[in-house]
Design a protein around this ligand. Structure first.
Ligand code: ADP
Ligand code: MG
Length: 368
């Protein structure tokens, strides 16, 4: 028998953030929280778990069960993009479905804001999904016989909102995702990227609090995928949703995430900012993903600065900026140049040498 789950936590503000990246700001609110969530497929699964959160590891390892999700615990903060990254079959979709209880978890607790989802009735769950959760899937799942407008307005129709109002709202989100002028098109008349824009608009029509996206761009060509990622970031800069975004593509995770959870064989093996994963991969498995990632893209000035030491500065760089965004200035400076590192209050908190940046570029592994 393994360790018991946390005792039930009712006050979500008491949970500790897993990342220290927020430490200088007020602690952000937790929007969604998973505690020791399991989804095991097999016969008589409930007998593996006791009510106090213990589970039978021996039986689980015995070969008769598939642990699609193993003991997953994490918090998603208000307004963050929380990316769950893992290879195909690692349990990402199952975990996402557990979070909305579209799949019934075998064990564990899930809190949405402070509501205990495991105690919610089916009708409460339907209500939550309709009003507070937006979902986008890899295969766009549009209704072929409905126009763009009809597809996007559907979630509002389900809510019983009058035609005039729902179409007005649908037109707003259609414009938001850049599809204005195509309201009367049918899905078959649109490209893959445009169809996924419809899927995105539909998921936003009901103004969800939490936005779940399960590999939304994985079916698209690389160039279109890039464009959709940019579009997604633009939308998030406007909307500030709490987002759970699933991908099997580490580069996509790095581009989009505030924090990334790496999944392997059903378990979350590390949670951190892109920078934390690249600097301190918890296992060889995580390190392998980070190999091809250009360090200058991910590392901040702060990660590379040293203490100030009788320096003469050639300029100023911001502590939170990615090295990549400062490269021109740093590389154009004289050999031996040192830059003052400023925090958001324009106080000097360290020094960045040109040398350490040049070293970083020289040691960044090549992409295979
Ligand atoms: N209904 C099911 N019955 C049995 N095994 C399942 C079921 N659904 C998923 N699995 C298994 O759970 C694991 C995780 O699947 P999934 O969550 O779809 O992974 P991902 O989304 O990361 O590709 C896989 O091994 C898959 O075969
Ligand atoms: Mg999946």
């Amino acid at each position: 028998m393994s360790k018991p789950a946390d005792p039930g936590i009712t006050n979500m503000s008491e949970t500790q953030p897993l990342s220290d990246s927020h430490s200088d700001a007020a602690e952000p609110a937790v929007k969604l929280s998973c505690k020791h969530v399991w989804k095991v497929f097999g016969k008589d699964v409930q007998s593996l778990f006791t009510a106090d959160g213990h589970f039978d590891q021996m039986a689980l390892d015995g070969g008769e069960y598939i642990s699609a999700v193993s003991d997953a615990s994490f918090d998603v903060y208000e307004g963050e993009i929380f990316v769950i990254m893992g290879l195909s079959g690692s349990g990402k979709s199952t975990l996402l479905r557990c979070m909305t209880r579209l799949i019934e978890p075998s064990a564990g607790e899930i809190f949405f804001e402070s509501q205990d989802l495991m105690k919610a009735s089916e009708s409460e769950l339907i209500d939550l999904r309709r009003h507070k959760m937006g979902m986008v899937f890899q295969h766009f799942a549009l209704l072929p016989n409905r126009t763009v407008l009809g597809n996007v307005a559907l979630p509002l129709e389900v809510q019983g909102i009058s035609r005039g109002l729902r179409e007005q709202r649908a037109l707003e989100v259609i414009e938001l995702v850049g599809l204005d002028g195509r309201e009367r098109y049918y899905p078959r008349e649109l490209s893959g990227g445009q169809q996924q824009r419809v899927g995105i608009a539909r998921s936003l029509a009901a103004e969800p609090d939490v936005w779940f996206l399960d590999e939304p761009f994985s079916a698209l060509d690389p160039l279109i995928r890039r464009e959709m990622q940019d579009e997604f970031m633009r939308l998030q800069n406007v909307l500030h949703k709490s987002i759970i975004f699933i991908t099997h593509d580490f580069e996509e995770a790095i581009r989009l995430a505030d924090r990334i959870a790496i999944m392997k064989d059903g378990a979350i093996i590390q949670i951190g900012t892109p920078e934390q994963l690249v600097l301190n991969p918890a296992t060889d498995y995580v390190e392998e993903f980070t190999q091809g990632i250009p360090r200058a893209k991910v590392l901040s000035v702060e990660a590379l600065m040293r203490d100030v030491d009788d320096d003469e500065f050639s300029g100023v760089v911001q502590a939170g900026a990615a090295i990549e965004t400062q490269l021109d200035m740093i590389l154009n400076a004289d050999r031996g140049a040192v830059f003052a590192v400023h925090n958001e209050h324009a106080e000097t908190i360290g020094a960045l040498t040109r040398e350490v940046v040049v070293d970083l570029l020289a040691t960044t592994p090549r992409k295979s």
